[in-house]
Design a binder for this molecule. Structure first.
Ligand code: ZN
Length: 93
């Protein structure tokens, strides 16, 4: 049964990135939650990534003395390119 397949850590990492960028299907979300329940390494990595993201956000706000302006954000086209690459990478795992 596909739902009971335990993801590899690599696939879980890809799904975690996809979740933040474009969201997950119900099945992907369930698979990621199951993996996080059983894998202490990915749980720790996830916490560390969140800390790094928050630190980067705070640093950017200090550097630019305001929330990140649109001039420093990805364009919609760049976001679509990343989404397409994430989807393609997710299919190849
Ligand atoms: Zn893992």
């Amino acid at each position: 049964m596909l739902i009971l397949n335990i993801l590899s850590c690599r696939k879980a990492t890809m799904l975690a990135a996809k979740k933040d960028q474009i969201g997950l299907s119900f099945l992907e979300s369930l698979q990621l939650k199951i993996h996080m329940l059983v894998c202490s390494v990915c749980r720790a990595a996830s916490r560390h990534i969140k800390i790094i993201e928050q630190a980067a956000q705070h640093a950017a706000e200090r550097i630019f003395d305001s929330p990140v302006s649109s001039e420093h954000k990805l364009s919609d086209q760049a976001k679509e390119t990343m989404k397409t690459a994430l989807r393609a990478a997710g299919k190849s795992l």
